[in-house]
Design a protein. Structure first.
Length: 342
């Protein structure tokens, strides 16, 4: 008579079951391979495409008598059934029946050293370093009867799917199943290649700086409106040589507009504030922003005869960004001159 516990294992192994509540959501059984009800996944790893060698026969010396080297989806799981009273033989027979019912042909099955070969279970194919579980739960019991170690290898008779399962008792004498499932696709899902995308960098040559700049073309009315409503306005069309306070000639229109605003508003005094991105040393950027603000004030004085008493230069360096400094678009927005009413 078949023991009652074996009959139960055989029956429920035929039905895929939902995952245990404590298992991470991204873990799960392979859709074609059932598990024993009550068993839990303690390690899980999925690779979309890899080359895997699965043993499909006993070990003879340092090699397996039969093995498959496959390329495809690789699911590697470890199950534990926390029922020490259940033997590895029961688990093996349950899986054998369950796999056959799921459409697999058992190509090899063995137990113990006499059938599997000496130290069959210690081969690298069984990945002893399966992270995510304690050695007590995952490791096999030493000094026990080697016949408690069982192995199954199966191939689906319709789908190109291969399964190997090493079954043994852990140090708490609980049955553990180390399973590898490889599904070979009809064709490899090739990775697409994109055109080279050089790392973003700040333009450094005068021509590059001018070409990369998107002009805002603020009018005198725009500047007056910003000062009246906000007390300040950012002028991004004032361009400087890279790492320098030298104003690029293409900034002349923006500076001419500022001079026009000052001419039309004789009572308006301005704080000219230079701003930088966060590339470089804090003190260096603070000094550079001050030098650039002074260069703007000097341009207005010398070219448009603006009274220097109406202009005050200041440098904020990297202290007041208006955009993220994590990309060049943001850094370009942060490199600016602001006009503040005083």
């Amino acid at each position: 008579m078949i023991p009652a516990s074996l009959a139960i294992l055989t029956l429920v192994a035929l039905n895929p079951v939902s995952s245990i509540a404590d298992e991470p959501e991204e873990w799960g059984d392979h859709p074609l391979v059932p598990r024993i009800t009550g068993s839990e996944i303690i390690t899980f790893r999925f690779v979309e495409f890899d080359r895997v060698t699965l043993p499909f026969g006993p070990r003879d010396g340092d090699e397996f008598v039969n093995q498959y080297t496959l390329e495809g989806e690789h699911t590697r799981l470890t199950y534990v059934l926390r029922q020490p009273e259940v033997s590895t033989l029961q688990v093996k027979r349950a899986y054998r029946e369950g796999l056959e019912q799921a459409g697999f042909d058992i190509e090899y099955a063995g137990s113990g050293r006499s059938e599997l070969g000496r130290r069959f279970h210690s081969m690298d194919a069984f990945d002893r370093d399966r992270r995510g579980a304690s050695r007590r739960t995952l490791g096999w019991t030493r000094g026990t009867d080697d016949r408690d170690k069982r192995f199954l290898a199966a191939r689906h008779h319709e789908e190109d799917v291969y399964v190997s399962a090493l079954i043994y008792n852990n140090r708490d004498l609980e049955p553990v199943v180390r399973m590898d499932v490889v599904e070979v696709p009809a064709e490899e899902a090739a990775l697409t290649m994109a055109a080279p995308q050089p790392a973003e960098r700040q333009p450094v040559d005068r021509e590059e700086i001018v070409a990369a700049h998107e002009a805002e073309n603020l009018t005198a009315e725009d500047i007056e409106s910003g000062i009246i409503s906000e007390g300040r306005v950012a002028v991004r069309d004032i361009l400087f040589e890279f790492d320098s306070a030298e104003i690029i000639e293409e900034s002349a229109d923006a500076l001419s507009t500022i001079a026009e605003v000052l001419d039309q508003n004789s009572e308006l005094d301005l704080l000219i504030v230079g701003h930088t991105d966060n590339v470089g040393d804090f003190e260096y950027n603070l000094n550079l922003s001050m030098q650039r603000a002074r260069a703007v004030a000097a341009w207005l004085e010398q070219r448009y005869d603006i009274d220097g008493e109406r202009l005050q230069a200041a440098g904020a360096g990297m202290m007041a960004p208006v955009a993220s400094n994590r990309n060049e678009d943001g850094r370009a927005r942060n490199r600016r001159v602001e006009l503040v009413e005083i």
